[in-house]
Design a binder for this molecule. Structure first.
Ligand code: CAA
Length: 528
């Protein structure tokens, strides 16, 4: 943070930490030093705080979170600013997010450009606004709106922030110039009414029900996420405790979240999302460099409406097709339909004088024992379970299936055993993770982050667990490898459980973090 003396007895503290003026230790120290200089200089009457490069501040430095606990020490600075004996005015351009907004809340006045955005997005990182945000915001704008902004993490535009009372002035010109003019107008005004820490939270008669509704809402809206609920507890502390004790509670809750696995996962996701936007696929797997491989034959599983169409397409292109259909009735129908479609095609082509070579269509029937008995799952009302009706959703165990399975075990000399929930989870998750390592090894995905972001965005993987590859690192790669080896030995007929070479290479290095995997495992052996 730079310190500058301005005309008219003013000082300027400008945060400068590209790209977003995050509150690194150096920036925080710079702010404190600037405040001390301005205090000891009797010619300085007021201070303006702003950020360089058209951004106020995007909060604590997320990249340093694994090294230190954010917010807690910065809260002391926010209090120092509030208690400061000279007026401090925040001049906001761009964003004031997280610790950036907390810094502004510590200032006695807030002026912002009309295009600025302010907010406390910490919940998205699995933490809470731990530099007094949960204690100061409700004192300024009341509990209901603070609950909304803090539990959702949504930033608001300057106009909305002005209406809510977060900002004092919104302008279309340069906020620093405006703040300089404004500072001179408020020089003689008492500072005490501007110190949020000495105010109480506006009270409402139905505070208990407001909080219980808020808990119910976040449990429904963000199931499994710790940060929104914990933020509500911090807001309760703002209402129930004096400031001095409220900030202690905020610190305690912030530390609890910061140490949680959810915070680590969500912070990984923040950087993973940002990096996948910048990544290009590995050169070996790029559509720009890959060349098409000749296709000698095609397999189509299932001859329903789509399967028939797909089989037809390839047959028309002169590519041999093997189509597999388990239901003999469906197979007959499909045979007739495909043959008549092909014949129609042939006669059209003959009429137009083009040559027609009759294609190789081979059908074979698969022996899926359940399906052969007509048990296609929900749509037929029975499958692994019995359903209340075809397409029904209410399932119950089926004695037929127990009988079927015991015969099956007898035939194949299998021992029945109970399978623990842990084994079910591990076999599902670790085989999925194993496939992730395979596609990294083959260069199909450019990075573990890409796989994780696809799982978060496309498959509903819980965001607070970071994605399957991050999860593997959380469990520990040697553990994943050992478990896969164990399950594969027990189930050699399940190829998904055979540990991939890529995983073996990495586990030999212990448990390296995902960002180091590619450099440790070497270049992918592409199959593309
Ligand atoms: N700390 C460290 N780096 C940050 C950062 C932060 N708070 N915010 C953004 N960055 C980095 C990004 O990682 C990115 O870096 P690279 O160019 O090296 O990849 C760069 O700044 C630019 O960010 P974007 O690509 O996201 O740029 P954008 O213009 O699309 O968005 C933004 C800018 C709105 C500030 C967005 O980056 C953002 O939402 N950042 C997170 C803000 C946040 O969550 N702040 C709260 C921090 S926690 C806190 O403050 C705790 C507390 O109580 C003190």
């Amino acid at each position: 943070a730079e310190y500058l003396r301005l005309p008219h007895s003013l000082a300027l503290i400008r945060l400068r930490n590209p790209p977003v003026n995050a509150l690194s230790l150096a920036v925080v120290n710079g702010i404190r030093e600037g405040l001390q200089k301005a205090m000891s200089d009797h010619t300085i009457k007021a201070i303006v705080v702003c950020g360089a490069n058209d951004k106020f501040c995007a909060g604590a430095d997320i990249s340093s979170f694994s090294r230190s606990s954010p917010g807690i020490s910065f809260g002391v600075v926010v209090d120092e600013i509030q208690r400061y004996e000279k007026p401090v005015v925040a001049a906001i351009r761009g964003v004031a997010l997280g610790g950036g907004l907390e810094l502004a809340l510590g200032c006695h006045y807030r002026i912002a450009h009309a295009e600025a955005r302010v907010g406390l997005p910490e919940v998205a990182l699995g933490i809470l606004p731990g530099a007094r945000g949960t204690q100061l915001l409700p004192r300024l704008i009341g509990v209901p709106m603070s609950l909304d902004l803090i539990t959702s993490g949504r930033p608001v535009g300057a106009d909305e922030a002005l209406k809510l009372g977060i900002l004092d002035v919104v302008i279309n010109s340069d906020p620093v110039e405006e703040a300089v003019k404004f500072s001179q107008e408020i020089l003689d005004k008492p500072l005490e009414p501007r110190r949020l820490l000495n105010k109480s939270v506006p009270s409402l008669p139905n505070m208990d029900s407001i909080f219980s509704e808020a808990f119910a809402k976040v449990q429904k809206q963000y199931p499994g996420f710790l940060a929104p609920e914990t933020s509500i507890q911090a807001l309760q502390a703002a209402v129930n405790l004096p400031y001095k004790l409220g900030i202690k509670e905020e610190e305690k809750l912030a530390l609890y979240l910061q140490k949680s696995g959810q915070a680590r996962a969500l912070q990984y996701v923040f950087f993973a999302e940002s990096s996948v936007h910048k990544q290009s696929p590995p050169s070996v797997a790029s559509w720009q460099t890959a060349s098409p491989q000749p296709i000698s034959s095609v397999g189509v599983l299932g001859l329903g409406t789509m399967g028939r169409g797909i089989a037809m397409c390839f047959a028309k292109a002169g590519i041999p097709v093997v189509a597999v259909e388990s239901d003999p009735k469906q197979l007959e129908i499909a045979k007739k339909a495909v043959t008549s479609m092909l014949e129609r095609e042939a006669s059209k082509m003959q009429q137009s004088g083009r040559a027609w070579t009759k294609p190789t269509l081979t059908f074979s029937s698969s022996a899926d024992m359940l399906c052969e008995s007509g048990r296609f799952g929900q749509k037929t009302g029975k499958g692994w379970y019995q359903y209340d009706k075809p397409l029904g959703r209410v399932h119950r165990p089926d004695p037929w299936l127990s009988e079927f399975l015991s015969q099956y075990r007898e035939t194949h000399h299998l021992e029945s055993r109970s399978i623990s929930q842990e084994e079910i989870l591990e076999r599902c998750l670790y085989s999925l993770i194993n496939e992730g390592f395979r596609i990294l090894g083959e260069g199909i995905a450019a990075s573990p982050e890409q796989i994780d972001i696809i799982y978060l965005s496309g498959y509903g993987w819980p965001r607070y667990r970071g994605g399957p590859m991050f999860y593997a690192a959380t469990v520990g790669l040697p553990v994943v490898l050992e478990k896969l080896q164990k399950y594969y030995t027990q189930n050699p007929d399940v190829p998904q459980l055979e540990p991939s070479d890529y995983l073996k290479k990495l586990a030999a290095h212990g448990n390296p973090p995902p960002k180091d995997w590619q450099s440790l495992a070497g270049p992918p052996g592409s199959k593309l």
